[in-house]
Design a protein around this ligand. Structure first.
Ligand code: URA
Length: 247
């Protein structure tokens, strides 16, 4: 990693922590007597860059720990009005090193009850799709744009989406998947900052912070419109192709 990339990563990390209310960094200072991987003592000049990469590489060294720290940061969240009606925060789950991440809209009744994403009826459709793609649920990661259930399963409102966005952005940054599948209008439009309907967005790749993103129909839509399942399967096949070619 060169110094410019390290500085950019550090800036992004600091901005994220500032956005969620930190006034100082929760990292221990790195002092002398640190040895690098060749067991040689790092000099003070080297320490500056090694120090930064210790901070910025936490996600690649231990994505699980970084996700856990993020969950702790969310805490017993009361940052928006969705907190009033929820039973459980649905943070997201799966493989922290996943190459493929599915982002939905927000928890439904069953997800709210269990505190886990996509475990209700729509979750069954997603699980089938994941299996058809050749994966297990534990191989991939799934999360939502908003972490608390909107009342009566209404669409999350703009202020709720913007309050929760830093967390899903940070989940994606930590996992750094090869491909994102955005499930439904809310996920696709929020991540792409677009107003284009999902029927027009789906079926081709976009870039989300340099990660290929494929918008597709939400599994709940496919429950109501099973005739459109083949379109989502087409989207999934493009995703598989991209995973194969992205090394
Ligand atoms: N719908 C979503 O968007 N997410 C879930 O976790 C469940 C249903």
């Amino acid at each position: 990693m060169n110094n410019e990339t390290i500085a950019q990563n550090l800036r992004k990390t600091l901005e994220f922590y500032q956005e969620i209310g930190f006034e100082y960094m929760p990292f221990k200072a790195v002092t002398s007597n640190i040895k690098d991987s060749n067991e040689s003592i790092i000099t003070s000049n080297e320490l500056k860059t090694k120090d930064l990469s210790l901070v910025t590489c936490h996600s690649s060294l231990n994505k699980e720990a970084a996700l856990k720290a993020l969950r702790e940061e969310i805490g017993d969240c009361k940052r928006c009005k969705l907190s009033k009606g929820r039973t459980n925060i649905v943070f997201g789950e799966g493989n922290p090193n996943a190459e493929l991440i599915f982002i939905g809209e927000g928890p439904g009744a069953e997800e709210d009850r269990q505190g886990r994403p996509f475990v209700g009826e729509a979750g069954g459709i997603l699980t089938n799709l994941i299996k058809k793609m050749g994966f297990k649920r534990e191989d991939v990661y799934s999360a939502n744009i908003v972490k608390c259930r909107p009342p009566m399963n209404r669409d999350p409102e703009e202020d709720e989406v913007s309050t929760c966005m830093p967390f899903v952005q940070e989940q994606i940054r930590i996992i750094n998947p090869k491909v994102i599948m955005a499930l439904g209008r809310v996920a696709a439009q929020s991540l792409l900052q677009s107003k284009v309907p999902i029927s027009k967005l789906r079926g081709r790749f976009y870039e989300y912070k340099d990660i290929p993103l494929m918008p597709t129909f939400h599994p709940a839509y496919l429950l109501r419109n099973p005739k459109d399942k083949w379109l989502t399967w087409n989207d999934a096949q493009m995703v598989l192709e991209r995973l194969k070619t992205s090394g």
